[in-house]
Design a protein around this ligand. Structure first.
Ligand SMILES: [Zn+2]
Length: 338
C-alpha cells in the first residue's frame, strides 16, 4: 500500500483530545486486498463498540441541570441505567447473526491515581467522572458473557495512554486478567493518536491491530480502503470509517443519515474495502433516537450485499501476514522503510 505524506483527517481539537502525526497514512484510491476472506466477500464491515460510560449517574445530573429536564433526574433517582446497553446490543447482533468487538476502558481514578494539582481542572472532572472499574462485578460479568458468546473483548486505551507505553501495558494486562486470555487489539479513547509512536507502543506490548485512525467529526475512507501496515510487518491498522455521532441530523432526518451510510457501503463494495464502524453502546438507548435502527440497517444491508461482517480481531486472524520484520536482515528492513 502506498503512503501519502499528508494526513488530513483525525481533525484534532482541544475537545477531541490529542491527535498528532509525523507524516504517514494510508492512501485512498486502490482496491484493497485483505486476505482469504476477501475472495468470498464483496467487502468487509468491522463492528466495534467503545465502552466509555455504561453508567449514567453523573451524566443524568449534568444534563438535568443543563437542559432543565426532570426526566434525567428521574433516571438518576430510580437508579436506572439507560446507558447500560450490553444486552440490547447482544440481542440485536444475535438477531442479525453477527458479532462485534467491545473496547473496554480501564481509566485511572482522578482522586486516587492522579496528582492533586489535576483535581482542580474542570476538564479532568468531565473526563473522569462516570468512569467504570474492572473491579465492578457487573462489568466483569458482562465481559465474561460477551467473551463466552463469541464477542471480541478489546482494549480501549485511556486518555493519556496513547503516549504512555507502561500505562497502556498495565491496562492491557488488567483486562487480560479479567477476560482470561490475550487481547489482540483495540482503539484509543477520543481517537488520541500519535503516528507512528502510539502504534509502536501497541506493537511493543503485544497488540496486533489498532482501529484508532479516524475522525471525530467526519466519516469516509480518507485513510484508505484496506488494512494498513505502518511497519510492513504483522501489525495492522484498520482505519475507522464511521462513528455514529458524525452522521448528519440522525434525530431529525434518519433517512438522510441512512443514505450516507448506504453510500459508504456502496463505496466499500466498489473498492473491495474493509470498512470499520463505531457505535458507542449509549447510542443504543432510547434517548438517542434512530441510532440503534441505523446500526441494524447498516449490518442488515452489508449482509445483503454479501459483505463479511464481524469483529476486527477475527478479520485480523484471517489475514496473511508478512514475516516478522524484526527477523529480517537490517539492510532489508531499511530498504523497506525507505
Ligand atoms: Zn472512548
Amino acid at each position: 500500500m502506498r503512503l501519502c505524506t499528508h494526513v488530513n483527517a483525525a481533525n484534532a481539537t482541544a475537545e477531541n483530545g490529542h491527535v498528532s502525526h509525523d507524516g504517514s497514512g494510508a492512501h485512498a484510491g486502490e482496491r484493497a486486498e485483505w486476505g482469504p476472506l476477501g475472495a468470498d466477500h464483496s467487502f468487509a464491515l468491522c463492528l466495534t463498540h467503545d465502552v466509555d460510560r455504561p453508567y449514567k449517574t453523573y451524566q443524568s445530573l449534568y444534563y438535568a441541570v443543563k437542559h432543565r429536564d426532570p426526566d434525567q433526574f428521574r433516571d438518576w433517582w430510580r437508579g436506572e441505567n439507560p446507558y447500560w446497553q450490553f444486552e440490547h446490543v447482544m440481542q440485536l447482533e444475535d438477531e442479525l447473526g453477527v458479532r462485534s468487538s467491545f473496547n473496554i476502558l480501564n481509566e485511572q481514578r482522578l482522586l486516587r491515581d492522579k496528582p492533586i494539582r489535576e483535581w482542580f481542572s474542570i476538564d479532568n472532572w468531565k473526563l473522569y467522572a462516570g468512569r467504570y472499574s474492572l473491579d465492578d462485578p457487573a462489568i466483569v460479568d458482562v465481559i465474561h458473557d460477551l467473551d463466552a458468546g463469541g464477542w471480541e473483548i478489546a482494549l480501549h486505551g485511556s486518555y493519556d495512554s496513547y503516549d504512555d507505553r507502561e500505562r497502556l501495558r498495565h491496562e492491557k494486562e488488567t483486562l487480560e486478567r479479567v477476560v482470561g486470555h490475550p487481547i489482540t487489539g483495540g482503539r484509543q479513547h477520543y481517537l488520541n493518536l500519535n503516528v507512528p509512536r502510539t502504534w509502536k507502543h501497541h506493537r511493543a506490548i503485544g497488540l496486533q491491530y489498532d482501529t484508532t485512525l479516524g475522525s471525530n467529526d467526519s466519516y469516509g475512507f480518507q485513510y484508505g480502503y484496506g488494512p494498513y501496515r505502518p511497519f510492513d510487518d504483522a501489525f495492522v491498522v484498520f482505519p475507522l470509517t464511521v462513528m455514529e455521532f458524525t452522521l448528519p441530523n440522525v434525530c431529525t432526518d434518519p433517512e438522510g443519515a441512512w443514505r450516507e451510510l448506504e453510500r459508504l457501503l456502496e463505496e466499500a463494495r466498489d473498492h473491495h474495502a474493509v470498512m470499520t464502524a463505531l457505535w458507542h453502546p449509549r447510542y443504543f438507548s432510547d434517548e438517542h433516537a434512530n441510532y440503534a435502527d441505523l446500526y441494524y440497517r447498516l449490518v442488515e444491508r452489508a449482509l445483503e450485499m454479501d459483505a463479511w461482517v464481524g469483529p476486527p480481531g477475527e478479520l485480523y486472524a484471517s489475514l496473511d501476514h508478512p514475516p516478522d520484520a524484526a527477523a529480517q536482515p537490517a539492510g532489508l528492513r531499511q530498504r523497506r522503510h525507505a
